[in-house]
Ligand binder design. Structure first.
Ligand code: LCS
Length: 393
């Protein structure tokens, strides 16, 4: 059958009637272990000679997880995937599967604060060399690739600066050096950006965000080739970053409407971005769908839509920004993103508080930066809320 369109894959990929009961909707396999037919079968599964379930911590976890990763592999154009208990667990799993003492990691400089701290403190403490590079500058990327560079990590659009880097160009450079390239696709989702098709070796997500979509689960997922996912088996099985079957089920449920939600997040965010850009009390706005975005052209080339995230600065700096955040009535003052409702936060004092001021300023996470995760409410209501809060400044 011809490969189905993205929205159809969101609904159908991975789905099948449950083999044991015929249940139409994937059951939550809430079990910690699986019964073997024989001692020989148990031994064959442990030896990797036979596929099948063993124990929920061990890959491939449970049939609920299997549906989730099959759906995600279809959406990202990958072969298979692995679910994790959080986005951070997914990044940790990939990093420890690929890197050992003496290896070098090149990462986008402006990444989610947790990712920055993992790379900057946990990995370096393990004897791994890390360079944070402005990946919007291809020359800088080339200059920082070394003989021992084993992993290149890109986050694009980046949290919260919305900086965009050229995935195809950088993955090509990484390949020439013999490094594996990984893209955090949390902000764009596979609806708007397909890193594997642009040359990445693996793509990962915080499922907590748009994939789950309803701010009711914490999870992560990695998608790539069968070989890549298999290579993570020792670290995944031993360290135990298991997603719970219930979270896997919630994520499957969320993914069925990903295409509808992302379309609305995106049109809403563009309207909100235009409103903010035209407002006299707003100093600047960063949204990849606005021609004022510094990497607008790359965004046009490698993204088919621009998602629901934007950042802006209020004239009057952080004090005015705080007043704005405290005056909102519809939008919730909360971290995380990708929920159906609009969330607003202040990265310098919240998600990126663990990043030193010097690094924050250097990477563009300025004190006046306010981050907005535009929800799927009607845009007039989001704009009216922002407008009344701006009027109070
Ligand atoms: N990657 C990106 C781009 C993220 O924004 C986050 C979390 C993660 C990975 C980690 O995922 P988690 O472990 O939380 O599932 N970003 C957050 C944020 O901006 N606010 O709260 C969490």
């Amino acid at each position: 059958m011809k490969k189905m369109k993205f929205g159809t894959l969101c609904v159908h990929a991975g789905e099948r009637p449950d083999p044991s009961s015929g249940a139409h909707t994937t059951p939550i396999y809430q079990t910690s272990t699986f019964v073997f037919d024989s001692a020989e079968q148990g031994a064959a599964r442990f030896a990797g000679e036979e596929d099948g379930y063993i124990y929920t911590r061990l890959m491939p976890n449970t049939p609920t997880h299997a549906v989730l990763v099959e759906k995600m592999a279809a959406l990202e154009d990958g072969e298979t995937g692995q679910a994790f208990s959080s986005g951070m667990a997914a990044i940790t799993g990939v990093a420890f599967s690929l890197l050992k003492k003496g290896d070098h990691l090149l990462s986008t400089d402006a990444v989610y604060g947790g990712t920055y701290e993992l790379f900057e403190s946990v990995l370096t403490r393990s004897g791994i060399e890390v360079s944070f590079v402005d990946t919007t500058d291809l020359e800088k990327v080339q200059r920082n690739l070394k003989k021992n560079t084993r992993m290149v990590f890109l986050e694009t659009p980046a949290n919260p600066t919305m900086k965009i880097c050229d995935i195809a160009a950088i993955c090509g450079m990484a390949r020439q050096t013999g490094a594996v390239s990984i893209v955090d696709n949390t902000f764009a989702t596979p609806m708007f950006q397909k890193p594997l098709a642009m040359g990445a070796d693996a793509v990962l997500h915080s499922c907590t965000k748009y994939l789950g979509g309803h701010a009711d689960l914490v999870g992560g997922v990695v998608v790539g080739s069968r070989e890549f996912i298999k290579s993570m088996r020792p670290v995944v099985n031993i360290t135990g970053p298991t997603m719970s079957p219930h979270e896997a089920w919630l994520c499957i449920r969320g993914l069925k409407t990903l295409h509808l939600r992302m379309a609305k997040h995106s049109t809403n965010a563009l309207e909100v971005a235009r409103f903010l850009e035209a407002h006299r009390k707003i100093a600047w706005v960063r949204y990849p769908g606005l021609p004022s975005h510094p990497q607008y052209e790359i965004a046009q080339q490698q993204m088919s839509g621009f998602g629901g995230m934007l950042s802006f600065g209020v004239a009057g700096g952080i004090e005015a920004g705080r007043k704005l955040m405290n005056s909102l009535e519809l939008c919730s003052l909360a971290v995380s993103l990708g929920a159906v409702d609009t969330l607003i936060s202040h990265p310098a004092s919240m998600t990126h508080a663990g990043v030193t001021e010097q690094v924050r300023i250097k990477t563009g996470i300025t004190d006046d930066l306010v981050r907005l995760s535009v929800g799927i409410e009607e845009p007039e209501d989001i704009i009216a809320d922002l407008d009344q809060a701006l009027e109070r400044l």
